[in-house]
Unconditional design. Structure first.
Ligand code: LMR
Length: 400
């Protein structure tokens, strides 16, 4: 019955790894997916994660029962605290409902399904460009996806004017997807003053902010600093959706651990919203997995483990910054034509190089370097040893 089924294309990001895995070249380099690698090019399990896992293994009282539909209660409380702040009035007033979901994607999807079912406005505005999965998540949930201007290729910075114009002409109540920090793929974030302008516009038009927070800890050098955009919106008392992922900042990629928080205007509304979220989650996957959330909550609730985590997270973020400097210096040393200062100006895991799809294809074919076709490089996949190879490839791509 499926004889005529069409072959679907590979995913634009995860498909890069599929192609990389097939390449037998010893010099191949995967800079596609945003996944942290050590200086030796190996995946990293944080020491603090190993310690938390050991605690869990040693605790014989732990069982493998189903979690409640909304997930691990401790994890949910601690996740809300991490993004909204320990003293958040919204948390104290029970205005926030948080449900454990399957990493960032699952949190966005549960939020999208809830909105499609219960919100009168079906249009969501996402930045141009944005993480490739956003369009698919919101489309499949039944929302209409439109874009707002975000990145200016000429200045390689934020197009704040275009952004404000586009959101200014959005229909009242439209949902607006915002990257909390370390915008993926551009590495360009609004300044705090610009966030304030965006917040005022969003609130004045009764738009609904939906934050995607996948890189808390990778942008400003502190977890609290990277939550400022979200806290600004929650601080004004309006509604707000927040999807959190622990894939990058705890390196828990494959554990699929994340959270969706919905900030409401009253505690009663928040509890009714939660009851409806349960109806979204139950027929999708019943309840979330227990292991990853237990690791996160063990770390977040213990002061020593928490402190150790912040140090390891800072070390990951700092190594990425070092890679930015090394790549920039290597291109300057080669006299590669063009201004490459955006490599050191952009923040977070990615550099949005400005390389064309054709140049990316050239680098993959001739240098076995794998990156997404929009020219995004995962700086977290780079090491001192591989910088020269990448710089050679970029130089050749722009001069050939
Ligand atoms: C990325 O953008 O590379 C990551 O968010 C991984 C993914 O799932 O796409």
């Amino acid at each position: 019955i499926f004889a005529n089924i069409l072959r679907a294309p590979e995913d634009p990001i995860l498909g890069v790894t599929v192609a990389y895995n097939k390449d037998p070249s010893p010099v191949k380099l995967n800079l596609g997916v945003g996944a942290y690698r050590t200086e030796e090019g190996k995946p990293l399990v944080l020491n603090v994660v190993r310690r938390a896992e050991q605690l869990l293994v040693n605790d014989r009282s732990r069982v493998k029962e189903y979690l409640p539909i909304v997930g691990l209660a401790d994890f949910n409380k601690l996740s809300a605290k991490l993004i909204l702040g320990a003293d958040s009035p919204a948390i104290k007033g029970n205005l926030v409902t948080t449900v454990q979901c399957l990493s960032g994607t699952g949190s966005l999807r549960v939020g999208a399904e809830f909105l499609a079912k219960h919100y009168y406005q079906r249009t969501i505005y996402i930045p141009n460009p944005t993480w490739g999965n956003h369009t698919k998540i919101f489309n499949l949930a039944g929302l209409t996806v439109k874009t707002y201007r975000y990145y200016d290729p000429l200045t390689r910075g934020l197009n704040i004017q275009g952004l404000l114009e586009d959101l200014g002409s959005a229909p009242s109540g439209a949902i607006v997807l915002l990257h909390a920090c370390a915008h993926n793929p551009t590495g360009v974030d609004p300044t705090l003053e610009q966030w304030e302008q965006i917040r005022r516009l969003i609130r004045s038009k009764s738009l609904l902010p939906f934050f995607d927070s996948a890189y808390q800890g990778f942008a400003s050098g502190s977890l609290d600093g990277d939550a400022q955009s979200v806290r600004m919106f929650v601080g004004d008392g309006g509604e707000c959706f927040i999807a959190q992922s622990y894939a990058k900042n705890m390196g828990l990629y494959g554990e699929r651990v994340g959270a969706l928080s919905i900030v409401c205007r009253t505690a009663d509304v928040a509890s009714r919203v939660e009851s409806q979220l349960k109806l979204v989650i139950r027929p999708m996957y019943s309840s979330p997995p227990i292991h990853g959330a237990s690791i996160v909550s063990a770390i977040l609730k213990d002061r020593n483990l928490y402190n150790e985590w912040t140090l390891e997270l800072k070390a990951m973020a700092d190594r990425i910054i070092t890679m930015r400097k090394q790549l920039f210096d290597a291109l300057c040393a080669r006299g590669t034509p063009g201004d490459w200062s955006h490599i050191i100006k952009q923040i977070g895991m990615f550099t949005f190089t400005g390389l064309s799809t054709k140049q990316v294809m050239f680098m993959t074919k001739e240098y076995h370097i794998y990156l997404t076709s929009d020219g995004r490089i995962s700086m977290a996949g780079l090491s001192s040893g591989t910088v020269p190879h990448l710089a050679d490839a970029i130089h050749a791509a722009v001069t050939t």
